[in-house]
Design a protein around this ligand. Sequence first.
Ligand SMILES: *Cc1c(COP(=O)(O)O)cnc(C)c1O
Length: 378
Amino acid sequence: MTLSATPPPRPAWVEIDRAQFRRNLELIHADKPPGVKVLSVVKDNAFGHGAVELSRIALETGVVHLAVVTLAEALELRGAGITAPILLLGNRQLEELPWCVEHDLSCAVQDEENILALARIATRANRRAAVHLKVNTGMNRFGRHWLEATSLAELIHQQPSLELAGVMSHFAMSDESDKTFANLQIERFREVQTALEARGIRPRYYHLCNSGGLLDLPHAHFDLVRVGLLPLGVFPSKVCRRIAGIAPVMAVKTRLAAVQDIGVGDTVGYGLRYKAESPRRIGVLPVGYGDGFPRIRNQGHVLVRGHRAPLVGTVAMDAFMVDITDVPGAKIWDEVVLQGRQGDEEITAHDLAAWKGSVSYDILTSWRERLPRVYLPG
Ligand SMILES: *Cc1c(COP(=O)(O)O)cnc(C)c1O
């Protein structure tokens, strides 16, 4: 018996449209004012899309900076030969700092201890370490209170082995119609900027905007915008401004792995949660919550032959069922779309989020490694 070099892939996968990702970033570059630079947030494996793959494309389009959250994420990019500036969001434990200096990773800093430790480590290594001062303007997650940030910037400024590459903050609500709190945060951030200018301290970048801010808060663009979701073709909310042509990069697909014809009173799946009121044809999909599909029941739909097929019963770990009675010609191994387009129909990350009771960010990042990634040319 002769087998091919690799076993056949399972009939369920995540498709990443590299050309669409490139197009989305080009549209973002064309949309923003020319002076504003773009940082790509590729944390959590670029929201499940593949951080190395997408970072390379982003840098080709003119993105000047990358950002991730964990040291391992940053080291993966460096290991792949990516030399662009990388910002580590969040906060660092002391023992991570030598690694950051060694691999030229810029830390977001918010306290004296990490600033002085970074300065010492960089001095010993005969390097200059870039840091971004994180200012807490009301999110109350990471960062130093805006009234205390100026003295911290001065401390950084006094260290010859440190470069104040950025002063940054983060919006708690940028993509809703009510911009009251966002504008308050902008005002607090501007206070820091004014105080630093008075002291002659000039970071390379002031940056505050995420995708929502880029779209809806042009007065807060400053020098750089940090975008994660939007380049993936997903708008952060229903109400934020649209950029025409931006479309989803990710699609999730599978195939009908079995078909069952059931009669009146028959039930489907665990817990007998669906009971047929008329004869039904049931399609079985070999994907479940173990792949990151939300554990919903009798809610939502998939696309089969361009038709919406409603989900019946409860999603199991490795499978769930849909009603294909009204899909003409549906048969075993037909392609099924769980997220993305088929014919004239589309299921968006926002649709899945509504069924799950969550947000699009959560849907994109939930698809597990168990689903192989298929990269379309780009
Ligand atoms: C995730 C993140 C971003 C990107 O936000 P999007 O809404 O995905 O554009 C920007 N800044 C910080 C600090 C983040 O954690």
